[in-house]
Design a protein around this ligand. Structure first.
Ligand code: GDP
Ligand code: MG
Length: 178
């Protein structure tokens, strides 16, 4: 498809942060390939994927997605990882209060050291496991509201809210460059 000459083509680095096992790689795979692989192994090293989405007015956003095996948890490496990121997606697992604590840590870390105009999302993943839920939706909403973040609960397994997550990020990005 031809790109209209007047199209605005945005490109943005997106980083995912959160405890190991919360579903970061599965969210990316679901968004980029439309797949879910329950047997997928832990990411080895950093992986890099990109996906472009378009708005009706022909604005496009290319997400350059940085997904790691968790090297960013060594605080010395974290700033290298999120440097230059326009979008940070902080993920926890709704069945794991520990992962929610870690999400709070990442919110603080990015407030302190991230770029000031970074667009941040808080994502409660594994929403399909509602019987095992241990983090109430309200806790996610509250943390997000306090920090000016977008909040959504997703399931990489069922695909619930995955596209909505990226569409909302895109619309916030587009607004932020206007
Ligand atoms: P990461 O370490 O944050 O990248 O986590 P992964 O994406 O590797 O996922 C860790 C485990 O959680 C895998 O066994 C996935 O199959 C599982 N998982 C990921 N997302 C979901 C989800 O939305 N629902 C359920 N039930 N399991 C998930
Ligand atoms: Mg991973």
């Amino acid at each position: 498809n031809a790109v209209p000459a007047d199209a605005k083509n945005l490109r943005v680095k997106l980083v995912l942060l959160g405890d190991s096992g919360v579903g970061k790689s599965c969210i990316v795979l679901r968004f980029v390939r439309g797949q879910f692989d329950a047997t997928s192994k832990v990411t080895v090293g950093a992986s890099f994927l990109s996906q472009t989405i378009a708005l009706q007015d022909s604005t496009t956003v290319k997400f350059e997605i940085w997904d790691t095996a968790g090297q960013e948890r060594y605080s010395a490496l974290a700033p290298l990882y999120y440097r230059g990121a326009g979008v940070a997606v902080i993920v926890y697992d709704i069945t794991s209060p520990e992962s929610f604590k870690k999400a709070q840590y990442w919110v603080k870390e990015l407030q302190k050291h991230g770029s000031p105009d970074i667009v941040m999302a808080l994502v409660g993943n594994k929403a399909d496991l509602h019987e095992k839920r241990e983090v109430p939706t309200e806790d996610g909403i509250e943390l997000a509201e306090k920090n000016g973040m977008f909040f959504i609960e997703t399931s990489a397994k069922t695909a619930d809210n995955i596209n909505q997550l990226f569409e909302e990020l895109m619309s916030r990005l587009v607004d932020s460059v206007k």
